[in-house]
Design a protein around this ligand. Structure first.
Ligand code: RFL
Ligand code: PHB
Length: 397
């Protein structure tokens, strides 16, 4: 079998890449180890940068996003018993973010790919990538029907997330890895209750960080900082709601947190990780396969989409004999990746309670928070990064 681009992973990166390539007349085969239903239900991100929304619109996959996405012009930062609004529109000359769940982005992309007859194989096993430094890299997998396939490609895109096989196929001595584990995790819930806020609340509290996000006007998404090795069994729903109410509460203000049935709950570790370069021969890594950030800055999904927006034209040129964009791919992406890695680290360390931190560190965090909400320059920096700072590089389809 033959295709132009073999793609491993049907997360946002792999699906969007497959679609962007199709718009350029390039065919791809996409393989995914999970079922379609699993990919469409996996609870993850919820916030799209301005540029990500524009990209989906230009790519013709934004009908539901435009009708159901909720545009947000700012966030609240809460600490020391006060809630402060950071107004993105005003600070950045009109830029916003859009609340639209990753599950919905994935559903929209899968529907679009399947409607155009694309080769998307779910439930595969035994994925392998080989001959990566040749002009004909090979993708092998066993389909859901048990038949083993070998596909000869012009290039392979490793969009298989942090635990995938593609990064591991690059000789370890060629990779520079930078990583940091944080001494806490997030316990996240999805709740069948209208949000108690008009915009996201990021709360720094003595008991730990809390975040009030949402999925729609009827479904809320909330997170609590917990111990890194915390067991979900220690957190019955009542305990979660009580702790959320404490950390998000504003005594004396009359604000209350609405409670409702918990639809989903889970614990996520917090890590920063960057692996460079994002290319080995004819294998190109994109999204979480190459880098992950702690979720505090809402950047992971947006970085995955930004990578493939750079990769699609680079592969197009490469396949037509011009390697310049493919050669620049890794550096182009890493510039943005490091900006988001720094921003996510900064938001994370400013807002979480560091276990065993001394009073000095606690005062430094509070000083930073007071600075962000009182200085226009500091607030603008947060707003510019949160809504998406793309640096000197222009995105094209
Ligand atoms: P994904 O989504 O992990 O997809 C990779 C796919 O590859 C498949 N796969 C394989 N397929 C075939 N063969 C193999 N050997 C394979 N190995 C793996 C996997 O099954 C999977 O389907 O990576 P991608 O596409 O790079 O997308 C990245 C995003 O999913 C991720 O960065 C975000 O979800 C991060 N994130 C957030 N990002 C944001 O931009 N805004 C947010 O608000 C935000 N909130 C979050 C988040 C991530 C979270 N968790 C659970 C990590 C909140 C949370 C709680
Ligand atoms: C989410 O809605 O899942 C979400 C929002 C903002 C973040 C992280 C996660 O910073």
């Amino acid at each position: 079998m033959r295709t132009q681009v073999g793609i491993v992973g049907a997360g946002p990166a792999g699906l969007l890449l497959s679609h962007l390539l199709a718009l350029r007349g390039i065919d791809s085969v996409l393989v995914e180890m999970r079922s379609r239903a699993y990919c469409e239900a996996r609870q993850r991100a919820g916030v799209l940068e301005d540029g990500s929304v524009r990209l989906l619109r230009e790519a013709g996959v934004a009908d539901r996003l435009d009708s159901q996405g909720l545009e947000h012009g700012g966030i609240y930062l809460q600490f020391a018993g006060e809630r402060h609004h950071i107004d993105f529109r005003e600070l950045t000359g009109g830029r916003t973010v859009t609340v639209y769940a990753q599950t919905e982005v994935v559903k929209d992309l899968i529907a679009k790919r399947l409607a155009s007859g694309a080769a998307v194989h779910f439930d595969v096993t035994g994925t392998e990538v080989d001959e990566l430094t040749s002009d004909r890299p090979v993708l092998r997998f066993t389909g859901a029907d048990g038949v083993r396939h070998e596909i000869s490609c012009d290039a392979i895109a490793g969009c298989d997330g942090f635990h995938g096989i593609c990064r591991a196929a690059i000789p370890a001595e060629l990779l520079t890895i930078r990583e940091r584990d944080y001494p806490y995790a997030w316990l996240g819930i999805l709740a069948d209750v209208p949000p108690s806020t008009d915009e996201l609340i990021y709360a720094h509290h003595h008991n730990g960080f809390a975040l009030h996000s949402l999925r729609s006007l009827t479904v809320s998404r909330l997170y609590l900082q917990v111990e890194p090795d915390e067991q979900i069994g220690n957190w019955p729903d009542d305990r979660i709601w009580a702790e959320l109410a404490t950390r998000l509460g504003l005594p004396g203000s009359g604000w209350t947190l609405r409670r409702g049935p918990v639809l989903d709950k889970g614990i996520t570790p917090m890590r920063s990780f960057v692996s460079a370069p994002m290319r080995y021969g004819r294998l190109f890594l994109a999204g979480d396969a190459a880098h992950i950030v702690p979720p505090t800055g809402a950047k992971g999904l947006n970085l995955a989409m930004a990578d493939v927006a750079v990769l699609a034209p680079a592969l197009d040129s490469l396949l037509h004999g011009d390697p310049a964009l493919a050669d620049a791919y890794s550096d182009t992406c890493l510039n943005r990746v490091w900006r988001s890695t720094h921003f996510s680290w900064w938001m994370t360390t400013m807002l979480h309670r560091t276990p065993e931190a001394d009073e000095m560190e606690a005062e430094l965090q509070l000083s930073q928070l007071r600075y962000v909400v009182s200085s226009r320059a500091a607030a603008t920096s947060l707003a510019e990064n949160y809504t998406g700072y793309s640096g000197p590089y222009r995105r094209t389809l």
